[in-house]
Write a protein that binds this ligand. Structure first.
Ligand SMILES: C[S@@+](CC[C@H](N)C(=O)[O-])C[C@H]1O[C@@H](n2cnc3c(N)ncnc32)[C@H](O)[C@@H]1O
Length: 253
C-alpha cells in the first residue's frame, strides 16, 4: 500500500459533467501508479513537457531557482532537473512515494546526485523549510483541488518566497462558483470564479493575468509582484502552447 497522506480521495462525482470523461483515465478504480496518481497516465509525457515548454517560453534559464509546488511524480520535474543547474530545483510533495517512484523509474539516482534538488514533504502549504527565494513558482493542478482558504494560504506563501522579478504559474478550473473552506478534493477538480482568483492575488500583493497556454480542461494564470513581469496581450501569440501534428491536441491548433 502506498502511504497516501491526509488526502480526501473522492471518486468521480464531479459536479462538472464535462470533465467526467477525462477523469476516467485516472484509473482510481484500483490503486494508481506514480503516473496515474497525478493525472491520466496517457498524458504523463505531454503534461510534463508542456509545463517545461511554458517555463522556457517565459524565460527560464539554468541559473534560475524554481519551486515545483505539489511536484508529484516529477512529471514536469524530470525535465526541469536535467535543464537547471545544481541546487536550482525545489519541490513540495507530501506523497513521498511519488518522488521515490519517479527517481526509480524515470530519472535515476545520478540526476539526484548531480543536480541536488531539495524536497519538502510537508502538507501544510508551507515553504518555511526553504532557505532560498524563487524566480519561478509552479503550481500545476494544485488549486484545482483546494478550497478557498488553501488557495489564500498558498498564494500568500508563494508571494513571500517570490523574488521581486519572479513569476508564479498556476492552473485553475474556472467556474461560476467558488470552492469554500479548507478542503483538499482529489482527484475531482473544483472551480473558482475568475474574479475570485484576481481578488485573492490582490490580497497576496500580486498582480495576475490569465494566459492562453494550451492546457486541456484547465486554465493557466500568471502572478507577479512586478506588473512588468506579467505577459502582456501582445505576447499572447507566443504563449499558445500549440502541439502540431498530434490529433489528440487538435484543440491547441
Ligand atoms: C494533480 S497532481 C499534480 C502533480 C504535478 N503538479 C504535475 O503536474 O504532475 C496534485 C499533486 O498535489 C499533491 N498534494 C496533495 N496535497 C498537497 C499539499 N498539501 N501540498 C502540496 N502538494 C500536495 C498530490 O500528492 C499530487 O502529487
Amino acid at each position: 500500500m502506498h502511504d497516501i497522506l491526509n488526502l480526501n480521495i473522492v471518486l468521480f462525482q464531479s459536479e462538472i459533467e464535462s470533465n467526467m470523461e477525462d477523469f476516467k483515465y485516472f484509473g482510481f478504480n484500483e490503486e494508481p501508479d506514480y503516473t496515474g496518481y497525478v493525472g491520466p497516465s496517457g498524458e504523463y509525457d505531454f503534461m510534463g513537457a508542456s509545463q517545461f515548454r511554458l517555463f522556457c517560453t517565459l524565460g527560464l534559464r539554468a541559473t534560475h531557482k524554481l519551486l515545483d509546488f505539489g511536484c508529484g511524480s516529477l512529471r514536469a520535474g524530470r525535465f526541469f532537473l536535467i535543464y537547471l543547474n545544481e541546487g536550482c530545483y525545489c519541490g513540495v510533495e507530501p506523497n513521498k512515494w511519488l518522488i521515490e517512484d519517479a527517481i526509480k523509474y524515470q530519472i535515476g539516482q545520478d540526476i539526484i546526485r548531480i543536480k541536488k534538488p531539495f524536497f519538502s514533504y510537508n502538507n501544510k502549504f508551507s515553504l518555511d523549510e526553504f532557505d532560498t527565494s524563487f524566480d519561478f513558482i509552479l503550481a500545476q493542478s494544485i488549486f484545482t483541488h483546494t478550497g478557498i482558504n488553501l488557495l489564500n494560504t498558498g498564494l500568500k506563501n508563494f508571494s513571500k518566497y517570490l523574488n521581486p522579478d519572479g513569476i508564479i504559474l498556476a492552473t485553475f478550473l474556472e467556474g461560476e462558483s467558488d470552492t469554500e473552506g479548507d478542503v483538499w478534493e482529489y482527484p475531482k477538480a473544483v472551480p473558482f470564479r475568475p474574479s475570485t482568483i484576481m481578488q485573492i492575488a490582490q490580497d497576496a500583493d500580486l498582480v495576475a493575468t490569465k494566459i492562453p497556454w494550451y492546457r486541456p480542461r484547465q486554465t493557466w494564470y500568471a502572478f507577479a509582484k512586478n506588473k512588468d513581469r506579467l505577459p502582456t496581450p501582445s505576447m499572447f501569440p507566443y504563449l499558445k502552447g500549440t502541439v502540431l501534428f498530434d490529433p489528440e491536441h487538435r484543440a491547441s491548433w
